[in-house]
Ligand binder design. Sequence first.
Ligand code: ME8
Length: 530
Amino acid sequence: MKKRFYITTPIYYPSAKLHIGHAYCTTLTDVFARSKRERGYECYFLTGADEHGLKIQKNAEAAGVTPQAFVDNIVEGFYKLWDLLKITNDDFIRTTQDRHIKVVQDAFTKMLNQGDIYLGKYEGWYCKYCEAFWTDTQVGKEHICPDCGRPVEKAEEEAYFFKTNKYLDSLLKFYDNNPKFLIPESRKNEMINTFIKPGLEDLCVSRTSFSWGIPVRENPKHVVYVWLDALTNYISALGYGSDKEDLYKKFWEDEDTEIIHILGADITRFHAIYWPMFLEALGVRKPDREFVHGLLMMRDSKMSKSKGNVVDPYPLVEKYGVDAVRYYLTREVNFGSDGSFSPEQFVERINADLANSYGNLLNRTIGMMSKYFGGKIPEYKGQVSEFDGSLEAVINTTISNYENAMDDLRITEAITYVNELVNRANKYIDETMPWVLAKDPEQVDKLASVMNHLAYAIYVASRLYHPVLVTASDKAFEQLGLTQEEAKYENISNKKLLDNHQVNKGEPLFPRLDATIEVPFISELMGGSK
Ligand code: ME8
């Protein structure tokens, strides 16, 4: 495994407020970044905003402000949301920043000089009222403008194009030599069958019909069209091509860094086909992995800003706390598959997994520790009760299963291993029956061992949950009497870690939610679309 990681989310459009789908992608990326850092790896985590394009120009006009003022305002909301969700990104790139604009213009110039980009004609469906070009799919069979509903007509404009076929063979070779590049694997076939086999067209990389974009230096009536601008963020943020390339050298150029892009299924084509081509044209190394996650539906339809059927993550986090929302996002929808957001499932997950299983395990254990041992965790003396060995074995396999799953970005699966450990520990209480052992003075060693094992199991579960339950796990460490230093990941296999620590009784980590109250509340947040 490589010793260092660079991980990115897509840079989201600040055309409207972010919704739970964006929070899903960023949270899962954050879980991965945190888990790597906790295990002692260096990890640089980038997110940002993709601020150019016609849509933003139009939204700004409608709001009566400049495009820059418009995006400044919405991006403020991005910062707030990531803060609220305790996202640990190292940088936030905005495509309107000088550091980015220069890199895009330089890249365009280089590609133009190499003959990768040429001037041609873009043909599309044009709406003269909206002054916008649309694609076949956007106008549908009726040839109607998706914005204003008026009929559109075929029109042409001068535009620059990127010669995709020049890099196609090399891309296919790259796929063959790097079978782990695109995950899940089915995405690669989708790219080949849907886009490459039918014949890949050259990609339009400039427009003249709107002005909110990065001007083409050589021909300033053109602005760079959005994907060449947007994708370049992953290297411009590291200082590529600037006089301060330290981060770029370390987190991109150095082969000891694993470069991972996380993205939704809607933008796979741009990341999996054009981005490697652009990089090749620039003579720059390609990413190691692109992980494509599924899209969240709301009930039965795709959540999207333009449909207005979105779940706003703010009130959800404000009401249920950052841990509950992060947990739901991580656990409910298998990372890599499509899924849906449902208020019933939200309440059920929090109650079943966090309140009843994990929270209750901690509560019961701290209570028994106080009752039987005055709150002092007895020392580890090996496997004393007949059930200690099997609990220890589950703890060991949980740690290795978790690490393997996390490394492969099977994040949901990694968390289910921790849930299984928590369930196993609850079962261990039923098996060992500490309340029976406590009645017999001759069983005190067994009782002590049971208490020590339970404390250790809770520590391990809390440590592994930590990238998700970023505040509750710390509270669990506190209740177990561990300092942050002691609770560190490097101690995870130390069975004597908990010896003689004094536990602290605390509030329940996750109070049970009343479904009859919370389900209607969350449904209301979803626009009452129950
Ligand atoms: O495409 N479920 O930005 P964008 C899950 N600016 N994830 C979702 C989602 C949903 N319903 N909706 C959006 C862009 N996402 C470009 C990206 S990158 C160089 C440029 C997430 O604001 C998902 O990760 O439309 C998706 O790929 C991304 O947001 C698209 O965000």
